[in-house]
Design a protein around this ligand. Structure first.
Ligand code: PHE
Ligand code: FE
Length: 298
């Protein structure tokens, strides 16, 4: 793959839902040699900054896996180096992609223990915020937990569940996507020392790493599968609600049953706005809502 023949990012198209990415299915070689010094510097800046922010904030499993996978600030990791260690640990491999995949392709990769990683890294002026997943989000945010045997199995089960939900229709898919959002992307976990982060969307963001644990604004609520599947979410601001698991085993056990029945049960029920609490919530912290814009969600 030469860098001239390869677009740096997925194109966006204006639709009635705003700009949406034009999905590409291509699996690509990482072509490590084409990264510029700027690219490596962006990785180094983000890596060093997050490593510091995540001390005492990210779960132990995440921090240990950065070591286990020998990720460091020096250079953007080579996917082949990561794969040698990851495959030996849990049987997962990472594959290079241009960006977001169509849902079914994504599920199929996960079901086969392949995690798609965006090969390109954000530009220097996007250090603090980028709307779409890039290499830093995917590799630093998601890949470390695939090194953990219980989480590795959860992600594969999720992929298989996704293939099934895809055949069941839009509503089922939406329920499952919300589960992904509030666990894999924005999940919190208990530890003996207090709440910790495991969601990749948080782990790859300095601002949200601090906000999710230290701000009084958001709700923090105990994990509840069906409740989460009804909860709308924001993709453009910090989350209004975070859900807290006791441990990865809880996540794995709660999601083991066949969801077909659950989707049917949830179908007639109204969605819950992102910032709302409901009867039955195990509220660890009730958000003050400070700084929230208008109600909204997915
Ligand atoms: N048990 C779910 C189903 O039958 C699959 C799943 C597993 C979904 C783990 C999410 C996470 O659909
Ligand atoms: Fe992600």
């Amino acid at each position: 793959m030469s860098s001239t023949a390869t677009p740096r990012r997925v194109e966006h198209q204006q639709t009635d839902k705003g700009y949406v990415p034009v999905y590409t299915t291509a699996v690509v070689e990482q072509d490590w040699d084409q990264y510029s010094e700027d690219d490596h510097r962006t990785w180094a800046t983000l890596f060093q900054r997050q490593l510091q922010v995540l001390q005492g904030r990210a779960c132990r499993e995440h921090l240990e896996a950065l070591d286990g996978l020998q990720m460091s600030a020096g250079r953007i990791p080579r996917f082949s180096d990561i794969n040698a260690l990851l495959q030996a640990a849990t049987g997962w491999t990472i594959i290079g992609v241009e960006g977001l995949l169509p849902e079914l392709d994504f599920f199929d990769h996960l079901a086969n223990r392949r995690f798609p990683v965006t090969w390109w890294i954000r530009r220097p002026d996007q250090i603090d915020y980028i709307a779409e997943p890039d290499l830093f989000h995917d590799l630093f945010g998601h890949v470390p937990l695939l090194f953990n045997p219980v989480f590795a199995d959860y992600m594969q089960a999720y992929g298989r569940g996704g293939v099934k939900a895809h055949g069941l229709g839009e509503a089922a898919l939406q329920n499952l996507t919300r589960l992904y959002w509030y666990t894999v992307e924005f999940g919190l976990i208990r530890s003996a020392e207090g709440l910790r982060i495991y969601g990749a969307g948080i782990v790859s963001s300095k601002g949200e790493s601090i906000h999710c644990l230290e701000s009084d604004a958001p709700n923090r609520i105990g994990f509840d599968l069906k409740r989460i599947m009804r909860t709308r979410y924001r993709i453009d601001t910090f989350q209004k609600t975070y859900f807290v698991i006791d441990d990865f085993q809880q996540l794995f056990d709660a999601t083991r049953p066949d969801f077909t029945q659950i989707y049917a049960e949830l179908a007639p029920m109204p969605a819950i706005p992102a910032g709302e609490t409901i009867d039955g919530d195990r509220i660890l912290h009730r958000g003050t809502g400070e700084g929230w814009l208008d109600e909204g969600g997915d």
